[in-house]
Design a protein around this ligand. Structure first.
Ligand code: ATP
Ligand code: MG
Length: 490
């Protein structure tokens, strides 16, 4: 063990928010040892902005509760922790951990309970990577380094503590953490990890709870380097474990959405991680829609059922919370509305709660070369910049064109329908269909329901959308927009 001077590691109390210093001070004052540990120390040393600070102490969770009283809550079963509210922030205070007892590991060696308290040396050995195992005491101005982690920081090396195979078996989520830190920090993965990081090893992820995997997937999506980590997920076989039904290829749409996510994070914008799930599952969703359409299910019902199926399948790997599932399905449903809006609903649609996400999604599809959007991404983009009068004109143009396009589409319908039936392969049902569900035979449908097949592209600049554009012709029906109600999109 070496004791480093914090100042020599580029650390000073001035960089620390008061909430973490308060927690360390309160524990120290009560007679306990307390350190900042983990990503906060690592990121500060690397000149990055830590997303949070974790504390570790020799006080048990019950003793931490005694120190902080009502500001403290004890959480977790497998991994008991104290949550301490300091000002408006929440600090995770962990207790030094000793090696787990044999009885609480699974048949594959995975640790099921981990509440065996220990001393700092034992706690250090339980951490994952050397660079995550430095203990910073800000008041003493020292960093305790048990494994020469400082060299790994300098050499940009990601090194697991202990035997890598054993550490992955104990907690397979460390495989995800390996790729996350390698991508986020731009570190090289140590050869000893690469040697055992096989597709066989990634199968251990099947034993991890889908709730925990969802949390980890969120961290991957929101760390700011999603675009960099995706090929790594595929290369190491993690993608296949996390997203069973999403083929392991980075389509232009997925890539653009990932870049867009990273860019938003880099400029401090918020992101909804469920949005990226909507992107990833878009293709499986469309395939599933086709499956139901080919069975003669009407379009709206096909979409509803396809959405349920795809999310249900994904839940076997990562359980997406209910509110996020609803968001995803609403974003998908918005695609239909935005692609072929009823003219009298256009203005109300642009004020819909899900408009922004649906529009962003449509635009990403369009910008990544999806011609089935028919230029409507650019249309909506331009529409939002218009004055009231311009909007009126754009809507009536759209109205005229739309009528023309629908007439033409119904003439082409018969032929197109035949082609589609031959193109799409049978897919086994993912869920049992409800007994007695009514299936209407497939019949001639208006173009609105078959929008995905119309690949005619609109000009991307609205100023050049003229009256002879295919979707801009129909008489506008006057309607009081404030009374327009959208049906549920679930
Ligand atoms: P970030 O918060 O930037 O994602 P972090 O390293 O702080 O990264 P946390 O999940 O906040 O990650 O965990 C805090 C610390 O707890 C880690 O730095 C590591 O020392 C330890 N730790 C977390 N998860 C594991 C794990 N699965 N196995 C071993 N140690 C872990
Ligand atoms: Mg952390």
């Amino acid at each position: 063990m070496q004791t480093l001077r914090a100042s020599k590691c580029g650390l000073s109390t001035a960089q620390l928010p008061s909430y973490i210093i308060d927690v360390i001070d309160a524990l120290t004052k009560a007679g306990y040892e307390a350190y900042i540990v983990g990503g906060g120390v690592r990121d500060l040393m690397l000149g990055l902005n830590p997303k949070d600070f974790d504390a570790v102490t020799n006080a048990t969770p019950a003793q931490v509760k005694e120190v902080f009283g009502r500001r403290c809550r004890i959480i977790g079963r497998r991994f008991e922790l104290a949550h301490v509210y300091s000002g408006r922030e929440l600090v995770e205070v962990a207790t030094f951990r000793a090696p787990p007892k044999k009885a609480v590991t699974s048949a594959h060696g995975m640790i099921l309970r981990d509440n065996n308290w220990g001393n700092i040396e034992q706690d250090f050995a339980r951490r994952d990577f050397s660079i995550n195992a430095m203990y910073y005491q800000p008041r003493k101005g020292i960093v305790l380094d048990f494994c020469n982690a400082i060299d790994d920081i300098h050499n940009k090396k990601l090194r697991l503590l202990g035997d890598p195979a054993l550490r992955f078996e104990e907690d397979p989520v460390r495989m995800l953490r390996t790729l996350r830190f390698a991508a986020k920090l731009g570190f090289e993965i140590d050869q000893s990890i690469l040697d055992i990081f096989t597709p066989e090893m990634t199968k251990l992820l099947r034993d991890v709870s889908p709730h925990r995997l969802y949390d980890e997937s969120q961290k991957l999506f929101t760390m700011g380097h999603l675009n960099r980590v995706m090929p790594m997920l595929i290369e190491f076989g993690i993608w296949q474990q996390l997203f069973a039904d999403i083929s392991p290829e980075i389509t232009p749409f997925i890539q653009l959405a990932a870049k867009n996510t990273d860019q938003r994070i880099s400029i401090g914008k918020t992101i909804n991680p469920a949005f990226f799930y909507a992107v990833l599952l878009w293709k499986p969703f469309q395939n599933r829609c086709e499956y139901y359409l080919n069975k003669g299910v009407v379009a709206a019902e096909a979409r509803a059922q396809a959405g349920l199926d795809v999310l249900k399948r994904q839940a076997t790997r990562t359980i997406i919370p209910r509110f996020a599932e609803t968001f995803i399905r609403e974003v998908w449903e918005m695609q239909v509305r935005l692609l072929n809006p009823k003219p009298q609903q256009i203005e109300a649609l642009s004020g819909h709660a899900r408009f922004r996400a649906g529009f962003d999604f449509l635009l990403l599809r369009e910008k990544s070369g999806d011609e089935s959007t028919q230029g409507m991404g650019a249309w909506w983009d331009a529409y939002q910049q218009m004055t009231g009068d311009e909007k009126e004109r754009a809507i009536s143009q759209y109205n005229r064109q739309r009528a023309k396009s629908r007439r033409k589409a119904s003439q082409e319908e018969h032929l197109e329908q035949k082609l589609t039936e031959h193109d799409v392969a049978e897919i086994e049902p993912l869920v049992n269909e409800a007994e007695g569900r009514k299936r209407r035979p497939r019949k001639e449908k208006p173009a609105r329901d078959r929008d995905h097949h119309d690949a005619r592209a609109l000009p991307t600049d609205l100023s050049i959308v003229t009256a002879d554009h295919p979707i801009l012709k129909r008489k506008r029906v006057k309607r009081d927009l404030s009374t327009v109600i959208f049906g549920p999109t679930q």
